[in-house]
Ligand binder design. Structure first.
Ligand code: HEM
Length: 490
């Protein structure tokens, strides 16, 4: 029997602990990342980073480090944040080997879709098949659905203003974007615009998205929750919720499959219907179900938050509002179609500037450095380490965007090449947002219809609403912290 009290055993134990600590310290201090500028503690730990992630403030924290330490910084023992343009281009090279990091798997390990896959072959195949239906040309067939939902959303705002004295534009944009992507993916709207409330499916999705971001940040908390004597629904029910959402998505797709079987070409098209029976050039049922479900998450909050911050920013800047309304007043109601809106310079500058200051995905998007490592801005970053580019910092670089905190759409009248290259609200490279054309169509149509209907829109102070409500919470996505935005129109 080993005598734990014996001095020799204790000595060996002590030597092992001290030896382990020395090896650990040596490994970290000789890691090339130790040479990167950054706070001293980030050589040893990313606890401070995780703390800011849990507060919903990762982008502001990392940005404060960029302001202090420069464009290439260490934010944890194995992670760097990159704001240097040529390194950003290197990371986002389309033929790049900077693959999505394991973060995406931790985010949603129970699902496999185009957003979270780390498998290059799956991704290539899915991307090739899914791109055409959601391209600008592919979306032409869906314009009547998109326009109809936007018209209805603005109508619901008019009604709410009459009844309540103000409309919650965040709420109605959320109903609108969710109904649009629901109908385009499943062939059936969630009818949130009609009922004004969320379905169980949407409530489940929101819970999953929130719990997933906690799980990706501190994975052990999820395991701990399973053993706790009391229930923490947001963490413990996640598997049940995920099962429910998959079952709903499966039913919805099955219904549309059957409809296409019966009605053939006459059935309402979706972003997936051409792939149902395309054999080798199609997707199987589970692939369609899982990717359609991922569209609902990726395509609702993002566009909602962008539109909400756009309306708020425009209303807070009367000269911008006047110029936008003037431009829109040259159109008739029949002219509110996307082809015409694409040619309106100021409308597009307003959209661009809103996405610059309030990018819906402001945080670093983690990528794994290829095995052989990479040289960036004179520093070597070893293979397997993580690099991430955050739109929040790229869009606030004063050398590229003078007075970066000022909301000034006219800066986009004649953008420099650096402005265009630094603008990354949709990410970049082979994983750039697949839904960006749909997003831009929704942004143009909804902005134009909103400001034509409410040319005098202004922020309300009903029910204590103020700019404080619009302070962003940034849990991977950027959203007003109280998830409301009240607008009045005289
Ligand atoms: C203003 C609105 C939107 C913004 C700012 C936005 C932003 C982004 C960003 C930054 C990424 C890259 C994520 C990463 O690299 O980790 C992304 C990916 C993606 N987005 Fe969007 N998005 C928007 C709207 C949409 C819409 C409407 C859809 C509808 C289907 C969509 C579907 C997707 C998909 C499927 C991916 C994964 C693409 C891939 O990995 O190949 N997004 N989006």
């Amino acid at each position: 029997m080993l005598d734990l009290d014996s001095p020799s055993v204790q000595f060996v134990g002590l030597v092992s602990i001290v030896g382990g600590l020395i090896v650990w310290a040596y490994t970290l201090l000789t890691n090339p990342l130790a040479k990167l500028p950054g706070p001293w503690y980030s050589i040893w730990t990313d606890t401070v980073l995780r703390y800011h992630i849990l507060k919903g403030q990762r982008p502001t924290y990392v940005h404060s480090l960029h302001l202090k330490y420069g464009p290439i910084i260490r934010i944890g023992p194995t992670e760097a944040s990159i704001q240097d343009l040529s390194s950003v281009k290197q990371i986002y090279r389309v033929k790049g080997e900077f693959l999505k990091s394991v973060f995406y798997q931790k985010f949603s390990p129970d699902r496999h879709n185009i957003f979270n896959t780390l498998d290059v072959n799956f991704h290539r195949r899915w991307r090739r098949l899914l791109s055409a239906p959601i391209s600008e040309t592919g979306l032409v067939a869906h314009q009547p659905v998109i326009e109809g939902k936007i018209r209805l959303a603005v109508q619901r705002m008019v009604e709410e203003m009459e009844k309540r004295g103000a409309a919650d534009v965040f709420h109605w944009f959320m109903c609108m974007t969710t109904d649009i992507i629901g109908e385009l993916s499943f062939g059936e709207s969630f009818h949130m615009l009609e009922t004004g409330s969320k379905t169980q499916y949407i409530r489940d999705l929101e819970q999953i998205a929130f719990a997933s971001s906690i799980r990706a940040t501190i994975p052990w908390i999820y395991k701990l929750a399973q053993w706790m004597p009391f229930r923490t629904p947001v963490l413990t029910d996640i598997a049940e919720q995920a099962k429910r959402t998959m079952s709903y998505a499966g039913q919805a797709i099955k219904q549309h499959y059957d409809l296409v079987d019966k009605q053939g070409e006459d059935a309402k098209p979706t972003l997936f219907s051409k792939l149902y029976k395309a054999g080798e050039d199609g997707l199987n049922f589970a692939e369609i179900r899982d990717n359609a479900a991922s569209y609902i998450i990726a395509g609702s909050d993002t566009t909602t938050n962008t539109l909400t911050y756009l309306v708020w920013s425009v209303c807070k800047h009367p000269h911008v509002q006047r110029r936008l309304v003037d431009e829109l007043s040259g159109l008739s109601d029949d002219d509110l179609e996307d082809q015409k809106l694409k040619n309106l310079p100021y409308l597009n500058q307003v959209i661009q500037e809103s996405m610059r200051l309030y990018p819906a995905a402001p945080s670093g998007l983690p990528r794994a450095v290829p095995r052989e490592g990479a040289e960036m801005g004179g520093y070597f970053i070893p293979g397997g380490h993580t690099v991430s580019v955050q739109a929040y910092s790229m869009h606030r670089d004063a050398a590229v965007y003078p007075e970066p905190l000022v909301f000034d759409p006219s800066r986009w009248e004649e953008p420099t090449q650096a402005m265009k290259d630094s603008f990354v609200p949709f990410g970049g490279g082979s994983r750039i947002c697949l839904g960006l054309h749909l997003a831009r169509i929704e942004l143009r149509l909804a902005t134009a219809r909103f400001f034509r209907t409410f040319p005098n829109a202004k922020m309300s102070n009903l029910e204590g609403f103020s700019d404080e409500d619009m302070k962003p919470a940034m849990f991977f996505l950027l959203t007003p912290k109280t998830r409301r935005c009240l607008v009045e129109a005289s």
